[in-house]
Design a protein around this ligand. Structure first.
Ligand code: GDP
Ligand code: MG
Length: 361
């Protein structure tokens, strides 16, 4: 699961990326593309770790990709093509950064500040890229239709119809996902990597002086986009600076600045949620750990997250919900209270399950 950070040049993508990953960047690579891991801040994890006096605490994570600076000659256009396009197509979600911060030493490609306008423009750029993908696919389908026997033409015609519908919808200024009606349709086009079928989150990179009016800015952008895309305001530069401090100093600064809740944490949590991920926990004196699975995952598959042997030799799962565990105080009391459940391999995991997998290999 990976999230691509995109947006117009100088909107603060790299700054936000550094803040989210706390500077722990696996940089470079062939295409000048930085990757980094953001930890999911989860109060439940810390409390479980405290209860069990765990030596180690391990968070769930989301992988972010920064967009490389644009090559010379792209001018105002975002230049999503080639390697960058391939990387973004492989992302499960996109975060669009839009600039609201004031900084005279940083040129703005439009000279004036208007975060809502910039998001709308960027979405149009993404739609434009998707139109290109659709055109290439439609032209291939056209060719193969000519060389296909009449009795085998039906699936090709069906795909053409769907792609034409998506294309028409993009022409109307909508996003590709708004033209898709069924899970079957979504599945059938997944391989094409249309950018506007992915979950999108907008990160408004606001000025420090706008912190108090952040919800107005969020609303304005939401209205300009006109669909239910999530908008989260963040002071990227400030968050990047805070992320370099030790936790005590960071807390003190946050309360002075009136930003107790980190915008980055809200963004990372929203990314996690939009990816359709939920968390289960394993806990004990050695380690308390949060594990990510897709919502709807069954117990035996979830066990495979920890180790393939546990999945293969799965016997059953002993599960206490986080709330029940906290209410009882500890695991043995929860057991006495009858709150520990035995679940089989087809049990659908729930967010907050505290699990002990029993297995035999
Ligand atoms: N004042 C201010 N400057 C920022 C903020 N975010 C980014 N910048 C500056 O804007 C410039 C471009 O930021 P960068 O993250 O490299 O943008 P990118 O091109 O989208 O990756 C850098 O000089 C940053 O220091 C912010 O929230 N406030
Ligand atoms: Mg950058």
């Amino acid at each position: 699961m990976q999230v691509g950070i995109v947006g117009l040049p100088q909107s603060g993508k790299t700054t936000l990326f550094k803040a989210a990953t706390r500077g722990k960047v696996q940089s470079g690579g062939k295409h000048d593309l930085s990757r980094g891991i953001a930890k999911i801040d989860d109060a439940r994890l810390n409390l479980l770790s405290e209860i069990h006096d765990s030596q180690k605490t391990t968070s769930a994570e989301v992988l972010y990709l920064d967009s490389p600076p644009l090559k010379e000659g792209f001018g105002k256009h975002v230049g999503i093509e080639g390697d960058l396009l391939a990387h973004l197509q492989a992302c499960d979600e996109l975060v669009i950064v839009t600039r609201e911060f004031i900084n005279d030493s940083v040129a703005h490609i439009h000279e004036t500040l208007d975060p809502a306008r910039d998001v709308v423009e960027f979405l149009m750029d993404l739609s434009f890229v998707d139109q290109g993908i659709l055109e290439r696919r439609l032209s291939k389908l056209n060719d193969s239709l000519k060389s296909t026997k009449t009795k085998d033409k039906e699936p090709i015609i069906k795909e053409q119809e769907l792609l034409n519908r998506i294309s028409a919808s993009l022409n109307e200024g909508k996003l590709a996902y708004q033209a898709i009606n069924t899970a079957q349709e979504a599945k059938s086009i997944k391989g094409f990597g249309l950018l506007t079928t992915k979950p999108l989150i907008v990160a408004a990179n606001i000025d420090e002086s706008s912190i108090l009016s952040s919800s107005d800015i969020e609303n304005e952008i939401s209205q300009a986009i006109g669909n239910n895309t999530k908008v989260i305001s963040i002071c990227a530069k400030l968050e990047a600076e805070l992320s370099e401090m030790n936790p005590e100093d960071e807390m003190e600064f946050r309360s002075e600045l009136n930003i107790e809740e980190s915008g980055i944490n809200r963004l990372v949590s929203a990314s996690y949620e939009s990816l359709g991920l939920i968390t289960f926990f394993t806990t004990g004196p050695d380690e308390t750990r949060a594990w990510s699975i897709k919502n709807g995952t069954e117990a035996q598959v979830a066990a495979g997250q920890i180790h393939s042997d546990i999945q293969r030799g799965f016997i059953r799962a002993e599960i206490i919900s986080y709330e029940a565990l906290i209410e009882s105080g500890n695991e043995s009391k929860a057991r006495t209270n009858g709150l520990l459940r035995q679940e089989g391999k087809n049990y659908t995991m729930r967010d907050g399950d505290v699990v002990n997998f029993l297995f035999n290999v």
